[in-house]
Design a protein around this ligand. Structure first.
Ligand code: ATP
Ligand code: MN
Length: 480
């Protein structure tokens, strides 16, 4: 007989037909009640065994962590919280779990810290918390594709190994198969990349934007959703060395259209999570409440997790120019009282996470889109405004996270782009193909990058980006 997922069984009505299911034992009480979980839902199904009818040898192997298969009928549950349970007629232990070792780990009285679990992949995936996060992550991925596909975007795969290093100077991981103990050198001592696999210097991509722009210039609306790599040594709870990024790029969209797209897109996928991950979000909401109990009142969230998500759906993101933001920050209490680590002295300052979070969490108390940043602190490809000193950049800032999206209207004017590249010392030779776009039917176009893990952080209420990705890569850590 085919086995049925526990998620499906829990939705069925009691019935006399026999069912089969498989999973891992979460608890076995009184030699009678097995709590079984198979990862299809955060909920366990209760399996009731009449121990008189079973071999003692089998019962003794039903321990926490063991993989088992049970057959039985779905009967009305006596317990609370679920409609049905399995009255077991047969049970088979598929994979034993050493009770002593399990005791030291899963059952350890002091709940395993999230840090410790990151080193124990096999246990991590069995915890309610991580299971819930990964199911939400999966649903969000699907929602992202659904949103773009429904709206006429083409999914494109940008290269992971890239030959252009225009953007990420200093932050890129090198790709080479030269023998590092015996690198071929030029006479002046520099590495001779002609001898390398690609016969030139190559890196892991920091963004697929420039390549996506090329495709938008023929396919109109495109998006990428792939891994990106940054060798930035930022040991924060918001940065990974390997993370997933979603980058839509749209021909004929200006900055206002770009903001509309970002807002509509984020709302769509968060709404999808609310509708499709109800049990997991409820669990994560309670987890967060528990965790925050140990914090001082002032540091606790004002809203429960799902209320926070609904709040984002129901309210417009506040659109504020960089110049307005600087005025607000200059006049703000933490600036006046010198509480910011980086004080805002004048127009032109780069905004730090503390400033972004002040604007979102204390001042506007809603998601904020900052736009029209000083050209000096933004990338070369952003469109120059008529004032000659600001560019059509936008960052979407979220409570608890800071920057979640960075984007812009792109500079579509050949001469202006060429000038800016020269001023910022960006090699024309390297980016001739990018400049060419501006020579053959150039047009206004815009796009943005959303860091997927930052979105998952927000949706799950977790505090550290390392806990929302299966195998985090950070400075000094690439286990598994
Ligand atoms: P930050 O200032 O937070 O480092 P950034 O300005 O470097 O971000 P962009 O280059 O604009 O970010 O990248 C687009 C998006 O990718 C960001 O808005 C963020 O959501 C995400 N992102 C950037 N760097 C990382 C990272 N190291 N780990 C995870 N997500 C990241
Ligand atoms: Mn960065």
């Amino acid at each position: 007989m085919k086995a049925t997922d526990i998620a499906h069984l829990l939705q069925q009505e009691p019935s006399l037909t026999e069912v089969t299911t498989r999973g891992w034992v979460r608890a076995f009480r009184s030699n009678r009640f097995i709590a079984l979980n198979d990862g299809s839902t955060i909920n366990n199904i209760q399996c009731v065994v009449n121990f008189e009818n079973f071999d003692e040898d089998v019962l003794k192997d039903i321990t926490v962590g063991a993989a088992i298969e049970v057959k039985g009928t779905l009967v009305e549950s006596q317990g609370q919280g679920q409609k049905v349970e399995i009255q077991v007629s047969a049970v088979e232990v598929l994979g034993k779990a050493d009770p002593e070792e399990v005791k030291l780990t899963i059952l350890s009285p002091k709940r395993h810290s999230l840090e410790k679990l990151r080193e124990q992949a096999h246990l991590r995936v069995r915890t309610n918390t991580f299971g819930a996060i990964m199911r939400v992550r999966s649903k969000l991925s699907f929602a992202i594709h659904e949103y773009f596909q429904k709206n006429g975007f083409n999914y494109m795969h940008t290269p992971i190994i890239t030959g252009s290093d225009a953007e990420g100077a200093g932050e890129m991981f090198k790709v080479t198969n030269l023998d590092i103990k015996n690198t071929p050198l030029h006479e002046d001592g520099t590495v001779n990349y002609k001898e390398d696999f690609f016969e030139k210097e190559t890196n892991l991509t920091v963004s697929g934007q420039l390549e996506a722009e090329t495709f938008a210039m023929g396919l109109g609306k495109v998006y990428t959703f792939g891994p990106t790599f940054r060798a930035e040594n930022s040991n924060t709870s918001r940065h990974l060395a390997e993370f997933w990024m979603i980058e839509p790029e749209v021909a004929f969209n200006d900055l206002a259209d770009n903001m509309d797209l970002a807002e509509d897109f984020i709302k769509y996928v968060l709404n999808y999570a609310l509708e499709h991950c109800a049990d997991d979000l409820e669990f994560l909401e309670n987890r967060l409440l528990q965790e925050e109990k140990s914090k001082p009142q002032a540091e606790r969230s004002e809203m429960a997790l799902r209320d926070k998500l609904k709040f984002v759906l129901e309210n417009n993101f506040k659109r504020v120019s960089y110049t307005e933001a600087i005025d607000i920050l200059k006049r703000s209490k933490p600036n006046q009282k010198k509480k910011f680590k980086y004080l805002i002295e004048e127009w032109g300052a780069d905004l730090q996470s503390e400033h972004e979070r002040f604007l979102v969490e204390k001042h506007f108390k809603c998601p904020v889109i900052l736009f029209d940043y000083p050209a000096k602190i933004k990338a070369f490809y952003m469109r120059l405004n008529d004032d000659g000193k600001t560019v059509r950049a936008m960052d979407v800032l979220f409570p608890g996270i800071g920057e979640i999206v960075g984007g812009s209207q792109r500079e579509e004017r050949y001469d202006v782009l060429k000038e800016k590249m020269a001023a910022m010392d960006i090699s024309e030779e390297e980016l001739h193909w990018y400049l060419d776009l501006r020579k053959f039917g150039t047009c206004v176009h815009s796009g943005f990058g959303l860091g997927f893990e930052r979105l998952v952080l927000f949706a799950t209420g977790m505090g550290n980006i390392r806990d929302v990705i299966p195998y985090p890569r950070t400075p000094g850590n690439a286990s598994f």
